[in-house]
Write a protein that binds this ligand. Structure first.
Ligand SMILES: [Zn+2]
Length: 111
């Protein structure tokens, strides 16, 4: 289950930002290419956060679609996996521009 490794990285980032402040909730933006399952993510986050300031914090996962741009015609392509060819012109010269994000978007602290 690779979500645990991913969540460990996220918890480390949360600890760096939060310092000693107890965390109520975090929002994480993850590109589809990480193939994260929301339920596994939630569980893995709880495990990774044990004993840290993020223990008992809620984790909200925002999944981002895979985005690519066709170098031949300039079309933007949104998909749930890496596109092999441009659906507009058929060219295979497609550059990935999004979908591999892993961003700690926000942290809410306990009052
Ligand atoms: Zn194209």
């Amino acid at each position: 289950m690779h979500e645990l490794g991913l969540c460990t990285s996220i918890v480390e980032a949360v600890e760096q930002r939060a310092g000693e402040r107890p965390v109520a909730r975090v929002t994480v933006r993850v590109g589809w290419l990480h193939h994260v399952h929301p339920e596994d993510f939630e569980q893995s986050f709880q495990v990774a956060a044990l004993g840290t300031v993020a223990e008992d914090a809620g984790a909200e996962l925002v999944l981002l679609p895979v985005l690519a741009r066709c170098r031949a015609c300039g079309a933007s392509i949104e998909s749930d996996d890496v596109p092999m060819a441009c659906p507009t012109c058929g060219a295979v010269d497609v550059a990935l521009v999004g979908g591999d994000e892993l961003v700690l978007e926000s942290i809410e602290y306990r009052a």
